[in-house]
Design a protein around this ligand. Structure first.
Ligand SMILES: NC(=O)c1ccc[n+]([C@@H]2O[C@H](COP(=O)([O-])OP(=O)(O)OC[C@H]3O[C@@H](n4cnc5c(N)ncnc54)[C@H](O)[C@@H]3O)[C@@H](O)[C@H]2O)c1
Length: 679
């Protein structure tokens, strides 16, 4: 795939300026265009102001602000976009204006330039038809505020090429977006089920069933959201809801249409008054109707092939910040109940029919099952993506089983020469699902934990020993089980955003998926102990210098680097190596006697006083049993083969998870670690 470096954004308004900001923040060169220099400068000023607020809040540094601004070039001349890899239009929501712009861009842009639209209500195909390059036209639908909201709907129309889809998803990844793939239909995915939530709330008001404050409260409880539908409309603009529901009503039917009082409220120029007495007696009725409308719309869009159930839920969780997506809500309240509530909507809105997916699921009598691992094969390479960005791709039983299944499929296919593992969103894999371990401790199910861990080891061994090339892509952080998964692959390719780390001893356990074995075999026992004892991050640069990471490249060079490793000979990741000087003192701090000293609460010798003190301080806050086990295991594991070393680790698992420290530590995850009792 051709390197993506330069993106054009046309329209320097609310959305365009935000899109340009995010692209530049993530290292891309951006040209931001508008119709006059004044409007361009206004857009640039908005970006500078927002970044300035980030500096004040210490989210970014002044240097990062300047570096970001240096990558955004303003222009009132579209000619400056001619060599961009993609041009994203974010001009007024007016079909003629957008068509004319697409025509102009088509005639002046390079052959390879993808033309993308951020439209909310027009068909991508209508804009593509205005050009001579419909195969290189796509929808890139952002959510307000585009520099902060991570969701991006990528919308190919019927004749968008596979190459364009791949490049568009890559642009999304390059600026840290969680992308969902959506068909070119009215409302796309998220607005399709979100708009009926708002309009049904107004319809309930119009029906005289309850006052605004009651509907607000019932909606907040039902969807576990901070703002109810009326407050949301106050914030985003009542006019937007009128506009959306008018279009959707025409295109999709009466469930999506505009309730009577909504245009009147817009015309009054007043916001909704959210005050009033609560009438709890009607909460259940309101909940049923809001669920019926919203879940019905979600089920309909999936039935029509607009998006998958996973992407629909992801859209709700990432884009709207709901705690659960529509399909998770249906599982929570039960498929039978969901069916009944949607059925009530089919009676209320006679042109709305029961979505096929709900009929099927009800017949199956089971909750929806989600797919968290995707596989996409091209150029003889299986790209396996762990796709749970809302949970930073944490490994749980389902994810590991699905991952094992995909790896087995890729292994069995002779046309596949390499397997590439990557994480969706910002992280590679942020460890394992800790709640699972806690539940098993509390319910005396340590055998389940042991079986899960053994299954994990089997998968990692298969990746390590595969006859095909196996590559982990660290373009974001990895922790614990995620770092262990990466270390098991034959090679790691990383960007500067990648990292590894073993935070386990802070939460009462040792790294249990071979991380100690594989790191010690690469960087030596002393340095491996240092990282396991302290939990210190191994940055991509550190990993590269230590020889753990085979290639360290910029995000734009990632695809070609992956390809190179996939096509190259099997790397010998356990080759002998020289450890760079700057890591020697860290290794010394955990050398044999020093490791024992540290665990006994004594300062290590032969290193600078500040390092000795700092390390002792960090290690003294970790769980003593986990440290002791890790110390002994790392030594013992080096004496035997990897499968035998795994057995040693598994042999201690039961004991480790039955300690008081393990339960206290795991329960504290994400917060300050407890004071460990050493029991
Ligand atoms: N606001 C949202 O929440 C949101 C969310 C998703 C998508 N969108 C879509 O994004 C697009 C832009 O919305 P916005 O809220 O940023 O609008 P806006 O009015 O804030 O900005 C539009 C900008 O486009 C410029 N413009 C108009 N015609 C132009 C042309 N021919 N060439 C160059 N520049 C031109 C205008 O001068 C203006 O600066 C719309 O299509 C909208 O539907 C908006």
């Amino acid at each position: 795939m051709k390197k993506i470096t330069k993106i054009g954004v046309v329209g320097a308004g609310n959305m365009g300026a935000g899109i340009a900001q995010k692209l530049a923040m993530e290292g891309l060169q951006v040209v931001l265009a508008d119709t006059s220099k004044g409007l361009v400068n206004r857009g640039l000023d908005i970006i500078r102001t927002l970044l300035g607020q980030g500096v004040e809040k210490k989210v970014i540094t002044q240097e990062q602000l300047e570096a970001t601004m240096s990558r955004v070039h303003g222009s009132a001349d579209l000619q400056h976009l001619a060599d961009a890899d993609m041009v994203i239009e974010a001009v007024y929501e007016n079909l003629e204006v957008k068509k004319e712009l697409f025509q102009k861009l088509d005639s002046l842009c390079a052959e390879h330039t993808i033309l993308a639209t951020n439209t909310s209500s027009f068909y991508v195909s209508d804009l593509a038809a205005a050009t001579a390059r419909p195969d290189r036209c796509v929808g890139m639908h952002y959510f307000y505020h585009p520099a902060k909201n991570r969701l991006l709907e990528v919308i190919p129309h019927e004749t968008t090429s596979q190459e364009t889809i791949r490049r568009s998803l890559a642009v999304g990844r390059l600026h840290g977006k969680t992308t969902i793939l959506v068909k070119d239909t009215s409302g796309f995915c998220v607005n399709r089920f979100f708009s009926p939530l708002l309009t049904e709330a107004v319809q309930i008001l119009d029906d005289g069933l309850a006052n605004i404050s009651t509907i607000e409260e019932a909606a907040k409880r039902a969807f576990k959201i901070g703002m109810g539908p009326f407050e949301l409309m106050n914030v985003t603009g009542i006019a937007i809801s009128v506009h959306a529901s008018t279009t959707f009503g025409k295109e999709l039917g009466s469930l999506y249409g505009t309730p009577k009082s909504l245009p009147l409220q817009m015309a009054s120029g007043q916001l909704y008054d959210l005050t009033g007495d609560l009438d709890e007696a009607v909460f259940a009725l309101i909940e049923d109707r809001l669920y019926g409308a919203c879940l019905g719309a979600a089920a309909a869009l999936v039935s029509e092939g607009v998006a998958s159930i996973e992407d629909t839920d992801r859209g709700a969780k990432v884009g709207l910040r709901w705690r659960q997506g529509p399909f998770e809500i249906m599982n929570r309240i039960g498929i039978d109940k969901s069916y009944r509530l949607v059925e009530a909507m089919t009676k209320r809105y006679s042109d709305f029919h029961m979505p096929e997916i709900l009929k099927r699921q009800r017949k199956l009598g089971k909750p929806f099952a989600f797919n968290y691992v995707d596989m996409d094969v091209h150029d003889g390479i299986a790209f396996i993506t762990i796709n749970r960005p809302e949970a930073m791709n944490a490994l749980n039983e389902v994810t590991v089983a699905q991952l094992a299944d995909k790896v087995a499929k890729a292994e069995a296919d002779p046309a596949i020469k390499a397997i590439v593992l990557q994480g969706a969103g910002k992280a590679f894999v942020a460890g394992a699902d800790i709640r699972y371990f806690i539940e098993n401790i509390k319910n005396n199910r340590l055998d389940d934990t042991a079986a899960f861990t053994r299954g994990g080891h089997d998968l990692l061994l298969r990746l390590e020993n595969s006859a095909k090339r196996t590559v982990a892509v660290l373009d974001g952080l990895s922790l614990g089980g995620g770092s262990e998964l990466a270390l098991a692959c034959q090679a790691i390719v990383a960007t500067p955003a990648g990292s590894l780390g073993f935070p386990e001893t802070a939460i009462g356990i040792f790294p249990g998926l071979g991380g100690m074995i594989r790191s010690a075999r690469q960087i030596g026992t002393d340095l491996a102990k240092y990282y396991v004892f302290t939990g210190r991050t191994i940055s991509a640069q550190d990993g590269y210098e230590l020889g753990i990471i085979a290639k360290l490249v910029s995000p734009q060079e990632l695809d070609s680097a992956i390809l190179e490793v996939c096509k190259g000979p099997k790397p010998d990741k356990y080759r002998p190596r020289d450890i760079p000087e700057r890591f020697m003192e860290l290794a010394q701090v955990c050398s044999m006697h020093n490791a024992d000293a540290l665990l006994a609460g004594l300062k290590p010798a032969g290193v600078s006083d500040s390092l000795a003190e700092k390390t002792l301080n960090i290690v003294s806050r970790k769980a003593p049993i986990a440290l002791k086990l890790a110390n002994a295991l790392i030594d013992a594991q080096q004496q035997v083969s990897i499968p035998e070393a795994i057995e040693l680790e598994l042999g201690e698992l039961h004991y480790m998870f039955s300690t008081e420290d393990a339960l206290a530590g795991l329960s504290s995850a994400g917060r300050k670690p407890p004071l460990y009792s050493g029991k």
